[in-house]
Design a protein around this ligand. Structure first.
Ligand SMILES: Cc1cc2nc3c(=O)[nH]c(=O)nc-3n(C[C@H](O)[C@H](O)[C@H](O)COP(=O)(O)OP(=O)(O)OC[C@H]3O[C@@H](n4cnc5c(N)ncnc54)[C@H](O)[C@@H]3O)c2cc1C
Length: 232
């Protein structure tokens, strides 16, 4: 397994308590839209076993042509050890990334694609929207629906509706589920879902109750985890 130690280039505040840490692009490092990585802080691999307090899964919120690896996350005043260490890091400090993989690249199968996310989960979808705006082939329509009770909606520049891309932000779960029911009427659509496990379970249940089949649902999970979600 290759571990890339790379410096923080820039920290961009996206909204209240929400930051994108832009990391220098190591030579030879690349990824597909929808990728997640393991993001770790100094010391994570110094003991016999990896120190999980210092490792988090994170999606990459940028594409390679943007020249940086973007990691977007919330850092609230009351937070985990990992987030408080991250908050104290300076430009030039190094972090580690490894095991980078995309379970959710944009499928170009001639079907409409629906991106359903909660909160900062929308970060996973930013590169899919960028990939789509560069090349619309195989995706007649792309739609994003994000629910965020804090109303701190992210990436409004990228998530701006066009003729074949539409984007909605809502601030309540009931309104979100009503909209999911309406979207599920597209019996041929592909539904990508990103958020907490509870959010995934509830969104999948709503989709399934409205006739969507498992092969129409994409999650950022390994196959074995995916099956657990669809069984529940
Ligand atoms: C494939 C994948 C991709 C992901 N992508 C992203 C991403 O792009 N961005 C992202 O932000 N997350 C992402 N996550 C989730 C991420 O891995 C973390 O679980 C999440 O960011 C919370 O980490 P944490 O260190 O804040 O909280 P954890 O330590 O995991 O604790 C969970 C919650 O407990 C609370 N908490 C913990 N410790 C304290 C404390 N000392 N004081 C007060 N409250 C506390 C916090 O509210 C926290 O949210 C992804 C997860 C997966 C599996």
């Amino acid at each position: 397994m290759q571990i890339y130690w790379t410096p923080i280039q820039q920290v961009v505040q996206e909204a209240r308590d929400t930051y994108t840490f832009k990391l220098e692009l190591p030579g030879g490092f690349t990824w597909e839209e929808g990728a997640h990585t393991h993001f770790a802080l100094e010391g994570f691999n110094q003991g016999d076993k990896p120190n999980r307090t210092l490792i988090r899964h994170m999606s990459i919120s940028t594409l390679p042509h943007e020249g940086a690896i973007g990691i977007t996350t919330r850092v609230k005043p009351e937070c985990s050890t990992f987030k408080s260490m991250l908050r104290d890091m300076k430009i030039g400090d190094k972090v580690a990334i490894f095991k980078t993989y995309s379970n959710v690249p944009l499928k170009r199968e001639g079907k409409n694609v629906y991106l359903l996310s909660s909160g900062v989960g929308i970060a996973t979808f930013r590169p899919l929207v960028l990939a789509y705006s560069a090349n619309r082939e195989g995706v007649p329509h792309l739609h994003s629906l994000n629910v965020d009770s804090s109303q701190q909606y992210l990436f409004s520049d990228v998530f701006e509706s066009t003729d074949t891309f539409t984007s909605e932000f809502v601030d309540s779960r009931p309104v979100y589920y009503e909209k999911v029911e309406t979207l599920a009427s597209d019996q041929d659509g592909l539904f990508y879902v990103v958020g907490s496990d509870d959010f995934l379970h509830e969104t999948i249940a709503t989709l399934r109750q409205n006739g969507v089949t498992p092969d129409q649902i994409m999650l950022d999970k390994h196959d074995f985890q995916f099956e657990d979600f669809l069984k529940a």
